[in-house]
Design a protein around this ligand. Structure first.
Ligand code: UTP
Length: 408
């Protein structure tokens, strides 16, 4: 892209200030800035004015979850179906590790965080140990895709190599990077990270499939005969990955997607809740739940909207390819965005000062024609680490590991 083309593009989106330091930049810096302008989608910035608003939703109704007693009764059948699919190479795992983990406050990628007490136990290590249970059970090595971002890719790949992938076969691991989105002030003006760098952040975890595709990995998916992808978050250290019973239940149900869910611990718990929206599978955010929905009961007298998602989904590849072109809602999130001030010095805000733009994997659910909500025991499979202390923290995850006999 030439300077003139860059200027025209910026003018179109009212972002000409990006070029304000141009004359003082070296040739290399100018080139790098032009390349960044070229690849940046500035169209998201206009959504800044929508912050705090929810996007229009359809009519919600309860959705049936496959609960623990039913799973227990059919466990052997599900297990057999799932193990066979894994042995046949039909199931891959996709670790979403592109997030910034700002709440945890570590400079390193979240997966490098050491939750050990008497020995080092890294978050990545816990996840891979869980996946190795499936390897030991089936004798197969599911392909493990790991999504990183521009901000944490080098550190993540170097760390996993240094630790020999914690025992996972390196030739079964494939990295890809997700796309970035510009970050702006509240007027939708993009921040600058430096005089020649636009401030960006990962574009949300729904970007995983398009990024995998962009990285040229779909042919590999087809060559290996992968039919299902198990997407999971980096921060749940009790996460069961490529869980044969879950895989078997989802295949047996003949649906396009499966989602692991836990029973909510309070009607207003801050989790996305499974539901139908206009008759299709969907997830309603906790802040969108009306009092009426929180009070609603099913035929057994249990809360009708009682199950929350834990970011562990199984998606059928052919369905993913079908929905790939669908536009998902864009979430505008208020965040603290470091940037350079008028004097060119870096400003590290202590309060949110602008917007980041993200698409979320939970919004993908509404695009599938069918989905199986599958209950898991919260204390056994859900120990997310979002914060250093308190709710969903290193502390709470350590306690849950202890309860599950995992030595830290
Ligand atoms: P979170 O919503 O917890 O975001 O991500 P985060 O960026 O890790 O943490 P905070 O909000 O800054 O504290 C849930 C999962 O989605 C992944 C994260 O790595 C985590 O596994 N994620 C999130 C991505 O892969 N890319 C993104 O752009 C955002």
């Amino acid at each position: 892209m030439t300077y003139e083309e860059a200027k025209q593009k910026l003018e179109r989106f009212d972002q000409l200030h990006v070029l304000q330091y141009w004359d003082g930049l070296t040739g290399e810096q100018q080139e790098s800035l032009l390349a960044q302008i070229d690849r940046t989608d500035f169209s998201v910035l206009k959504n800044c004015e929508n912050r705090g608003h929810t996007y229009p939703r359809g009519v919600f109704s309860p959705m049936k979850t496959m609960e623990l007693p039913e799973i227990e009764a059919k466990k052997d059948t599900f297990s057999q179906i799932g193990e066979q699919a894994i042995r046949d190479g039909k199931v891959a795992a996709v670790l979403l590790a592109g997030g910034m983990g700002t709440r945890l406050g570590s400079d390193n990628p979240k997966g490098m965080y050491d939750i050990g007490l008497t020995r080092p136990v890294y978050i990545f290590q816990r996840l891979i140990e869980n996946l190795l249970d499936v390897v030991n059970r089936t004798g197969a090595w599911p392909r493990l895709f790991i999504m990183t971002s521009e901000k944490n890719n080098d550190a993540t790949t170097a760390f996993l190599k240094e630790h020999a992938f914690f025992g996972y076969r390196e030739d079964r691991v494939t990295f890809f990077m997700q796309d970035m989105a510009p970050a702006s002030d509240y007027n939708g003006k993009v921040y600058m990270d430096s005089r020649f760098e636009i401030s960006t952040s990962p574009n949300g975890n729904a970007g995983w499939f398009s990024s995998l595709n962009k990285a040229g990995l779909l042919p590999l998916v087809h060559e290996e005969g992968i039919e299902w992808m198990n997407i999971f978050a980096v921060d749940n250290v009790l996460q069961r990955i490529a869980d044969p019973v879950f895989v078997g239940a989802t295949i047996d149900a003949g649906v396009e997607a499966g989602e692991k869910v836990v029973r909510k611990n309070a009607p207003d718990e801050r989790v996305g809740v499974v539901c139908l929206e206009d008759g299709r599978p969907s997830i309603v955010e906790y802040y969108e739940l009306s009092q009426e929905m929180m009070d609603a009961k099913d035929e057994k007298g249990d809360p009708a909207y009682n199950f929350g998602v834990i970011l562990n989904y199984l998606f059928r590849v052919d369905a993913l390819e079908r929905i790939a072109r669908k536009e998902l809602p864009l979430h505008v999130v208020e965040k603290k965005i470091p940037h350079i001030g008028a004097d060119g010095e870096t400003v590290k805000p202590s309060e949110p000062n602008g917007c980041k733009f993200e698409q979320l994997v939970l919004d993908m659910i509404h695009e599938f024609s069918s989905c199986l909500p599958y209950e898991v025991v919260r204390e056994h499979e859900f120990a997310p680490i979002k914060n250093p202390t308190g709710v969903d923290s290193v502390e709470s995850a350590r306690e849950l590991c202890r309860q599950n006999g995992i030595e830290l």
